[in-house]
Ligand binder design. Structure first.
Ligand SMILES: Nc1ncnc2c1ncn2[C@@H]1O[C@H](COP(=O)(O)OP(=O)(O)OP(=O)(O)O)[C@@H](O)[C@H]1O
Length: 594
């Protein structure tokens, strides 16, 4: 049951290719490049101004001992003022840096989210067959959040640390080449160690993430199907399953923590060792009067700055790797083929004549199973056709094709004599209405839910649609009427009530072609009658394809099409078909499928 998917949420190596990908996502920052440049300038100043601090502190110490190292800072007071000025400027530039970067960042991230959402809306059904919704959801939430971190802190930090390193090391060598060489000696050890250990730790943290993802899947699935868990009284089983997954997470995380701890303490050891070494040798130099105490202080402070930057770069490397992974996943969606461009092009009203000519089809996710093996079906304008057949025979598939959720593999699907593919997709779908078996309402008001059929409808039209759908009485029986909230935090509507809302939606949409997927579960006689009556009104003057589950519906249809073995085996009215005792329809009725 538990599927392993988030294992893909790996960090990626930073090589040429991945950096190129990362650069690609920066196109979203391009519209804000002016502000970004201002941010970079502020960053440059805030980092470099800060580098004056160690120097000034050294000067302060020397001045206290009566030595004047900078002629224009002759006494303690002036050095103190200079220190204050440095702090002040650095604070101003830090504020500007944070503000400018946030402006770029927030806008660019919103643009990425918009682009992703737009893509989601325009991707074909086959894409959703292949991808789990939870995973897609995490692209727009967590993956984009990773990018957000990258755009804001990581990128700024990268520039800041590099600037600190370059300037810091240059100043150090300029100030004291001898001491700098000692300090620099500890770098290669650090770097080699970091590379070897870093790889190992990354592997472990990836395993931790994988295990955590597995544990999260248990939570996601069980909360989604909490009813099933309770029906089977499997609460305890699920708790154990989740706990055992969590134990694995803890085990791996602890193992990883042991190595991380070793790594960090080693780094601290070498770094501090370097600093202590410099201090030790520096004090020797002070004792033989080679340098002043102020210079030594300056030197040690710079070394600490540089050490901090090096450690910071390690973190940044990790975050950038994560960002490459996130970029990959975001770009993968953005590059997927849309079924259409979202546009508002409309097509004039259709007549509603439908012809399936030798239509063959298999789902893109299961190419090897041919669901429709040559369907021939003619439905005239305004005709009511009931589609019957065994469960899994392909009735819903025909409805999907009629809505152009998928492209047919061969044959022709003609609407008013023209290939369905030749119509603009969005325009075409505006003329096809569906009343599904399971009606899903959005978590808004009843009015909003009905208006989903035509967002531009006036209030009067909405009320009229509700009336025609036999929904007005029950809506008015609620204290808040049309404003009643439905869904999770509102009233839960009964099956029959939801169907009537769906019918009202379809009435507002006013399509030429109607697909009715009859509910399999019977409603009580009263609401059944109301629904049937509303459906009859809805079907008037429209071409209707009914996936029928009740004999009464079938009898009322102009024609009955029997789907068998992926083909329309028989077509005709009830009396004709039932008289063929060996026929597919007669058998279905005998087997009491209807
Ligand atoms: N999205 C999909 N991807 C892959 N296969 C699918 C998909 N939807 C349906 N199928 C398969 O296509 C076949 C026909 O399914 P379809 O839902 O059209 O049958 P049906 O006649 O409507 O069944 P029922 O009366 O039980 O609703 C089934 O074997 C089903 O497993």
């Amino acid at each position: 049951m538990a599927r392993k998917d988030s294992g893909e949420k790996k960090k990626q190596r930073l090589d040429k290719g991945s950096i190129k990908k990362l650069r690609g996502i920066f196109r979203f920052m391009m519209p804000y490049k002016g502000v970004f440049t201002l941010g970079l300038i502020s960053l440059f100043f805030s980092s470099t101004i800060l580098l004056a601090l160690p120097k000034l502190i050294g000067v302060l110490m020397d001045t206290a001992q009566g030595k004047v190292t900078i002629p224009w800072l002759p006494d303690l007071k002036s050095v103190g003022l200079a220190l204050m000025a440095v702090l002040l400027f650095q604070s101003i530039f830090s504020f500007l840096r944070v503000y400018f970067f946030a402006k770029v960042n927030e806008n660019a991230i919103a643009d990425i989210r918009k682009a992703l959402y737009q893509k989601f809306m325009s991707l074909p059904m086959s894409f959703y067959d292949k991808n789990r919704s939870g995973e897609l959801f995490s692209r727009i939430t967590s993956d984009v959040s990773v990018l957000q971190d990258t755009f804001s802190t990581t990128l700024a930090e990268l520039f800041r640390q590099i600037a600190t390193l370059v300037f810091g090391v240059s100043i150090l060598f300029y100030e004291n080449p001898k001491l700098s060489s000692i300090m620099i000696l500890s770098f290669p050890i650090l770097i080699i160690f970091a590379i070897i250990f870093g790889k190992f730790i990354r592997k472990l943290s990836k395993s931790t993430q994988d295990e955590l993802a597995n544990a999260n899947i248990v939570v996601e699935e069980t909360i989604q199907s909490i009813g099933t868990v309770k029906t089977f009284a499997n609460e305890d089983f699920e708790i154990k399953r989740y706990s055992s997954n969590l134990s694995k997470v803890v085990d791996i995380a602890l193992k990883s923590a042991t190595y991380k701890g070793t790594f960090i303490s080693f780094i601290i050891f070498v770094l501090m060792g370097g600093i202590l070494g410099v201090l030790w040798y520096g004090t020797y130099m002070v004792s033989v009067d080679e340098i002043s105490i102020g210079s030594l202080t300056t030197f040690v402070l710079y070394t600490m700055f540089i050490g901090g930057s090096l450690a910071g770069l390690g973190d940044i490397y990790g975050t950038l790797q994560k960002a490459v992974g996130a970029t990959d996943r975001v770009e993968e969606i953005l590059a997927a083929n849309s079924e259409h461009e979202i546009d508002k092009e409309t097509i004039p009203k259709l007549e509603g004549k439908i012809s399936f000519n030798n239509v063959k089809f298999s789902y893109p996710t299961r190419k090897e199973v041919e669901v429709l093996k040559g369907v021939n079906l003619e439905i005239e304008k305004g005709e009511k056709v009931a589609l019957v057949g065994k469960s899994g025979g392909g009735k819903s598939t025909i409805a999907h094709l009629l809505q152009r959720f998928y492209d047919i593999d061969s044959g022709e699907l003609l609407i008013d004599g023209k290939s369905s593919q030749d119509y603009n997709l969005i325009g075409f779908r505006k003329h096809v209405g569906v009343v599904p078996q399971e009606v899903l309402l959005f978590g808004g008001s009843i009015q909003e839910n009905i208006a989903y059929g035509n967002p531009e409808a006036s209030e009067a039209e909405i009320i009229e649609a509700a009336r025609k759908a036999n929904a007005l009485d029950f809506i008015r029986s609620f204290p808040e009427g049309m404003e009643t909230l439905v869904g999770e935090r509102g009233v839960k509507l009964s099956g029959g009530q939801r169907q009537r809302i769906a019918i009202a939606r379809a009435i507002l949409k006013d399509p030429a072609i109607l697909i009715l997927d009859e509910a399999t579960s019977a409603l009580d006689i009263e609401s059944e009658k109301l629904v049937q009556d509303a459906l009859e009104k809805l079907m008037e003057g429209r071409t209707s394809l009914i996936i029928a589950h009740r004999l009464s519906t079938i009898r009322n249809a102009h024609k009955i099409a029997v789907l068998e073995e992926g083909k329309i085996a028989e077509i005709g009215n009830h009396n004709d078909l039932i008289s063929e005792t060996d026929g597919a329809y007669a058998k279905l009725i005998q087997m009491q499928e209807y």
